[in-house]
Design a protein around this ligand. Structure first.
Ligand code: NAD
Length: 523
């Protein structure tokens, strides 16, 4: 976890760059530090021509990368994650372009990237990519060898809320599987990805196997046109467009989209522990987390005590940005994307108009530099309010009292999303029974958010929250196409020609009768 970093001023980070040749076109990207409001850097956006060139270079470089063994590719990827622990500039870049606490940049983004790389490049990851020889039942004289091949060039498109974790870290699985990757980070936070590209090159790794193209939605669209597969993380609206185009092109895509995760507190739960967990889960990354609890459903008998415990836990939150902008003593960081502030305010106003009460916070922090929003606690929320229906994606904790676990389950399954969830109860079996009935990708029992860091198990959305997985061997397999090579078994395989000659032309009634008896016996 974090040490005590130096605090250079924003202006020391990155002088404006001269746009690379051939990238004049779309408006330059202005990258600001949301923690201070200072301009960090202006850089040129890629053009659609740059996308075609990058994908062509990636396609040319990919076969040599795929010819390396999985172990060799894993070693290369571990060198990159190893560098993250030693290059202070990566952490500072994340902090500055996201306006987040240093603790979250290092303790969450860097940790997650290293942990994911460790797992995927380890024994289980290698096994997922190895040939799998299966013994058929009826055709016992055969062996089915299932071989994994990379798709080719994977276009990875990332959001702004985790500049490392949902951008470079999402490239690790496709790269390990032998693909080349062209990464388009969010136009709001491209600097971290560009820094990782520089590290990749400094390490002497093949430059065209991992390339970064900064730019907006139009660059993403061009990448979807050119890549052999797409791994998209972002909003549901954009994800649906990407899926539509991938469907038309008949190329695979993985979609990790928005959530509206329930946090269910049953009356027999440890209410104080649940409240402390919820305050972290709601305000970590200043609420800009896809799997965060977005609908807090508390059984009525404990709702007041639970709300008071949340308010008490919120008293201790620090939100005093330091002037250097590296945020060492901050718990709740800034709102990265300016339009998000108006969205969060509108949801709070709608809740108040519907009869909810704002017990803490409720507005942007005009007293602070940058784009901070006061951690907000709302009680008396109902499922009619926008705050309970739309993705908030900001530091708002809205509590609704429910009559029973049944009502909580019904409300949790309402709406078009299913990404994550939490269930709190003193009875583990009861909690698991509730968890099984939630229509979602993953559930924490008596915890929150931690499922995102358990890289051994798949995590992926259902309904409008996406398709496919991150994490687990399941994630790796998505970045491969399987080919089955059917071979003759070592000894029995000698019968292969004989059996086929009996079964094939000319068809013989005697064989069919034998076969019929065999089928009746078997099935
Ligand atoms: P966004 O959809 O606006 O943008 C995401 C990325 O897609 C950006 O790089 C953007 O330039 C690009 N893009 C936008 N339109 C595109 C198009 N038509 N074709 C190709 N690319 C396009 O999302 P955002 O505001 O950057 O991120 C916030 C959203 O991401 C939230 O909804 C959040 O829940 C979701 N998210 C999900 C996960 C997950 O694991 N499920 C993780 C992080 C964020």
């Amino acid at each position: 976890m974090p040490g005590s970093p130096a605090r250079p001023a924003d202006t020391a980070v990155a002088p404006p760059r001269t746009p690379p040749r051939g990238t004049i076109g779309p408006a330059p990207l202005r990258i600001e530090n949301p923690g201070t409001g200072a301009l960090l850097q202006e850089l040129a956006s890629a053009t659609s021509g740059d996308v075609s060139e990058a994908v062509a270079r990636a396609r040319a470089a990919q076969p040599a990368w795929a010819r390396l063994s999985v172990r060799e590719r894993g070693q290369a990827l571990r060198r990159v994650s190893g560098r993250l622990l030693r290059v202070e500039e990566v952490i500072e870049t994340i902090v500055r372009e996201r306006g987040k606490p240093r603790y979250e940049a290092e303790g969450i983004e860097v940790f997650y990237t290293c942990e994911l790389t460790r797992f995927l490049t380890g024994r289980k990851g290698r096994r997922a990519l190895a040939d799998d020889v299966r013994r058929p039942f009826v055709f016992a004289y055969k062996r089915a060898r299932v071989v994994q091949h990379p798709h080719g060039v994977v276009g990875v498109i990332g959001p702004w809320n985790w500049p490392l974790l949902n951008n470079y870290a999402d490239c690790v699985a496709p790269l390990l599987a032998g693909n080349a990757v062209v990464l388009k980070p969010s136009q709001v936070t491209p600097l971290t990805s560009l820094r990782i590209q520089a590290i990749w090159r400094e390490l002497g790794l093949p430059p065209d196997v991992f390339q970064v193209l900064p730019g907006g939605a139009e660059v993403g669209e061009a990448l979807v046109e050119a890549a052999d597969m797409v791994f998209f993380t972002g909003s549901e609206a954009a994800g649906r467009k990407v899926a539509r185009r991938c469907g038309e092109r008949l190329i695979p895509c993985v979609l990790e989209l928005g959530g509206k995760s329930p946090f269910i507190v049953l009356a027999d739960a440890d209410v104080e522990a649940a409240a402390r967990a919820l305050v972290w889960g709601s305000f970590a990354n200043s609420g800009q987390v896809c799997v965060r609890p977005e609908r807090v459903l508390v059984e009525a008998p404990v709702a007041d005590r639970f709300t008071a415990a949340c308010a008490a836990a919120m008293e201790r939150l620090r939100q005093d940005p330091d002037p250097g902008g590296v945020q060492t003593d901050v718990d709740v960081g800034a709102m990265t994307f300016r339009p998000q502030i108006a969205h969060v305010e509108a949801l709070i106003q709608d809740a108040v108009a519907g009869g909810a009460r704002v017990l803490r916070g409720g507005s942007a922090r005009g007293d602070l530099p940058g784009r901070f929003f006061a951690p907000t606690l709302i009680s008396g929320a109902t499922s009619q309010m926008r705050v309970m229906r739309e993705e908030v994606f900001g530091p708002v904790l809205a509590i609704a009292a429910v009559d029973s676990a049944e009502q909580a389950i019904a409300m949790a399954n309402e709406g078009g999303r299913g990404l994550s969830g939490s269930v709190w109860s003193g009875d583990a079996a009861r909690a698991r029974a509730v968890a099984r009935r939630l229509e979602t990708g993953a559930v924490c029992v008596n915890d929150v958010l931690v499922n995102y860091f358990v890289v051994e198990a798949p995590l992926g959305g259902v309904k409008g929250s996406g398709l496919g997985f991150r994490h687990g061997p399941e994630a790796l397999k998505q970045f491969c196409r399987s080919e089955t090579i059917l071979e003759n078994a070592p000894v029995l395989g000698r019968l292969s020609n004989l059996i086929r000659d009996q079964l094939g032309f000319p068809y013989q009634l005697r064989v069919l009768k034998l076969f019929r008896r065999l089928m009746r016996w078997l099935y």
